[in-house]
Design a protein around this ligand. Structure first.
Ligand SMILES: NC(=O)c1ccc[n+]([C@@H]2O[C@H](COP(=O)([O-])OP(=O)(O)OC[C@H]3O[C@@H](n4cnc5c(N)ncnc54)[C@H](O)[C@@H]3O)[C@@H](O)[C@H]2O)c1
Length: 350
């Protein structure tokens, strides 16, 4: 089944009404022209009901109610990561367009199963790598794509959270490379326009010993080789005491371009001790709201015009492979190629 263009407004049911799902439901219902939310659903009924009541949205009591409804054009999969593939398969079988939060899954074989279902049904799929739609990061990518920095030599990405998530979350997150760095692997592919060939990762536990006891790291550095010869370095920390620090810099043969952090306000205060400015936005729900709104406009535009959505299934798959390569690199103390990881899973890149 192939989905033709859909008439606006696109009716998008939100599956999973937790931290990110309730934000997406609110944006879709109130801030995205051309979208409506016919239902919200959560495996915990009370969660869906609370969000539905707050936003004035209908609540579905089962997934089947959504998949069989002719009032639903698309689904936004915002549930826990381990449920994404089964929901992708159900939506593909029902002929619904799909938006799926990152990561598609922590298991590459499951990702391939979900992407095969999407291909077989022909429904559009977009993965929620929202940072591509952040205006400052996008301007970096556009400057590179327009040749303004010449040949790309070096990319530097810093991505630091203000504070670590709960240990219970760490345990099911896939670890820092699959939970946090996955956004930066995507950013590296996005700004360079070039695939990741190899990954070398170093890591430490510097923030909280409990993170190490849970089998994870909180402080990491990654070096990437790209197919076009460029090199990217990424540094991640689970704790930057000054706030959510998100910077991307590209150095090329003709210059450099960088995205700096926006401040919470642009107020400037000077006194005898110096010049003071506001803090950084606290976390992703402060920093990246414009990117989430823009990603929804991109999804709605793509499916109403019958175009392929701008962040493909393969764009969801490639950073997972890089994350798996990073874990192996860290554990084995060597550079790991993405081909090595991909070949073990059959190399399904289509
Ligand atoms: N793009 C981003 O910036 C970003 C940010 C945060 C989270 N995420 C991703 O979004 C997803 C959700 O993360 P979160 O932080 O909102 O988690 P969360 O735990 O706050 O919410 C997940 C919700 O899914 C519900 N759920 C579980 N199984 C379900 C099912 N089968 N059907 C429907 N609902 C189900 C849970 O009850 C919970 O309410 C994860 O995949 C995460 O990686 C992306």
């Amino acid at each position: 089944m192939s989905l033709g263009p859909i008439t606006k407004p696109v009716r998008i049911a939100v599956l999973g009404a937790g931290r990110i799902g309730q934000m997406h439901a609110e944006l879709l219902a109130r801030r995205v022209d051309g979208a409506t939310v016919p239902f919200v659903f959560d495996a915990v009924a009370a969660t869906a009901e609370a969000v539905g009541a707050r936003l004035g949205l209908a609540v579905a009591s089962t997934i089947d109610e959504i998949m069989s409804s002719d009032q639903v054009d698309a689904v936004a999969i915002c549930s826990s990561t381990d449920t994404h593939v089964e929901l992708i398969e159900a939506a593909a079988a029902a002929g619904k367009a799909i938006f799926c939060e990152k990561p598609i899954s922590l298991d590459l074989a499951l990702v391939d199963r979900g992407l095969a279902a999407v291909r077989a049904s022909g429904v559009p799929l977009m993965i929620g790598f929202n940072r591509r739609f952040d205006p400052t990061h996008r301007a970096v990518r556009d400057a590179v794509a327009n040749g303004k920095v010449g040949d790309v030599h070096l990319v530097r990405i810093s991505s630091r959270d203000p504070s670590p998530p709960p240990i219970a979350y760490i345990k099911v997150s896939g670890g820092i490379f699959l939970d946090m760095t996955i956004h930066d692997f995507d950013m590296a592919r996005y700004v360079t326009g070039s695939e990741i060939v190899s990954v070398t990762a170093k890591g430490a536990v510097r923030v909280d010993p409990a993170i190490g006891e849970a089998g994870d790291l909180d402080t990491v550095v990654i070096v990437i080789e790209h197919a076009n010869g460029a090199i990217t370095t990424i540094d991640n920390s689970r704790q930057a005491v000054y706030g959510y620090d998100q910077r991307v810099e590209v150095l090329g043969s003709a210059g450099m371009v960088a995205s700096e952090n926006p401040l919470a306000t642009t107020t400037l205060f000077r006194d005898a001790s110096g010049t003071h400015q506001d803090t950084l936005p606290y976390f992703f729900l402060d920093r990246y709201v414009p990117s989430y709104v823009n990603e929804w406009h991109a999804f709605v535009d793509a499916i109403t015009n019958g175009n392929a959505p701008p962040v493909s299934g393969n764009d969801g798959r490639a950073p997972l492979i890089a994350g798996l390569a990073a874990w192996r690199s860290y554990r084995e103390g060597r550079t790991v190629t993405t081909a090595e990881i991909d070949d073990q899973h059959g190399g399904d890149r289509s």
